[in-house]
Design a protein. Structure first.
Length: 368
């Protein structure tokens, strides 16, 4: 019998969350479409699994890796596919053209490479409106316009969308930062007559949920698809989102310890009362965060409790003292249905994105 740990992926919840994203987007723009962001192996949920679940409802799929985009095409995905970091080598453009991919252009050199290739691809021009990560700056726009004019002259300019990325849409008071970035975005395109005919994509999960007026033509939901909240001050359930990944295991053993006894490496937990300690088949080698402190929420047999002491490679401990009827083989939820991943992440000083993406390959995955 294998170890009792598994990750359960609720595909109905994934579909539900995508439709929530699209519904919010259409509050602000009416006909906005939604890219399903499936980068990082669909945030650890499985690229092909997620694409198959969303295949009949998603307007398009957005990811980073060219090979993964080709994998989606070979799996029968026919919707638009967007490469969020564009292409990395000139030779990639022929592959993009062959598979009908859309590419983000965030450096002038990428646009020049596209002109030399003479290939007509849908492009997303990413403007740096203040996040200062990827994007074309205001000083580069005259050169960008020249390159676009050359593509027009060669009948090689495909559909163009303008995009940017919000730095603080998830923050308290994020509205001021969004307004500043949108003002800068507008200023960058004000003297560019052709830009009025381009589609626009600026909204991520946080903006979709709190600022639907930013939806424009295409939105890019990521973490919300997987049931995580982009906000520190609002839980996912309150926004109508459902958990997609539930990490489950079982109690391997129970230790009865007295006052003053310790648990785990370093003895960081010291019992202040007689304590029933449940040992769970899950550790940091499974993707559970090693830095999660004692007191992190966990559920045993549907009852809420807390972890005790340090997380080990293959095991962690939890408190069964006030959970009558629990013991060896009792079911455990580490995060997901009944234990919000955002709460576990907050306790561990991280975000649910990291929990999902860190799920180890050795953990079996079961779809619901």
């Amino acid at each position: 019998m294998p170890r009792p740990i598994e990750a359960c992926i609720d595909l109905a919840a994934l579909r539900h969350n995508y439709l929530v994203a699209r519904r919010h987007a259409r509050i602000g723009a009416g006909a906005a479409k939604a890219w399903a962001v499936v980068k990082a192996n669909a945030y650890g949920h499985g690229l092909l699994r997620a694409a198959a679940a969303l295949g009949d409802i998603a307007d398009g799929f957005a990811l980073l890796d060219l090979d993964e985009a080709v994998t989606l095409r070979e799996a029968g995905i026919r919707q638009p596919i967007l490469l969020l970091e564009g292409f990395f080598e000139h030779a990639d453009l022929a592959v993009c053209a062959r598979h009908g991919l859309s590419v983000v252009i965030h450096r002038l050199e990428q646009l020049q490479s596209l002109r030399r290739a003479g290939l007509r691809l849908p492009i997303y021009l990413k403007l740096n409106s203040g996040m200062n990560r990827l994007g074309l700056g205001e000083a580069q726009l005259p050169a960008v316009r020249c390159e676009l004019a050359a593509l027009v002259a060669a009948s090689a300019l495909g559909p163009v969308t303008l995009m940017t990325h919000f730095a603080e849409a998830d923050a308290a008071g994020g509205e001021a930062c969004i307004a500043w970035q949108l003002e800068r975005f507008a200023r960058m395109t004000a003297a560019w007559p052709e830009a009025t005919g381009f589609a626009v994509s600026v909204a991520n999960s946080a903006a979709i949920l709190r600022y639907p007026q930013t939806a424009h033509d295409w939105v890019r939901p990521g973490i919300m698809l997987y049931g995580g909240s982009p906000f520190a001050d609002q839980d996912a359930a309150s926004m109508g989102l459902k958990p997609v990944m539930t990490l489950r295991s079982r109690i391997l053993a129970v230790q009865e310890i007295g006052i003053g006894e310790q648990v785990g490496y370093g003895g960081t937990f010291v019992a202040h009362r007689p304590t029933r300690v449940g040992v769970v088949a899950c550790g940091y080698a499974d993707g559970y965060p090693r830095h999660a402190p004692g007191g992190t929420p966990i559920a045993v047999a549907g009852q809420q409790t807390r972890t005790l002491g340090r997380v080990s490679m293959d095991m962690l401990a939890c408190d069964l003292t006030d959970l009558p009827g629990t013991g060896v083989d009792s079911p455990v939820v580490l995060w997901g249905d009944g234990v919000p991943a955002d709460e576990v992440a907050t306790s561990a000083g991280t975000i649910s994105y990291e929990l999902f993406c860190a799920l180890a390959r050795r953990v079996p995955v079961r779809t619901l």
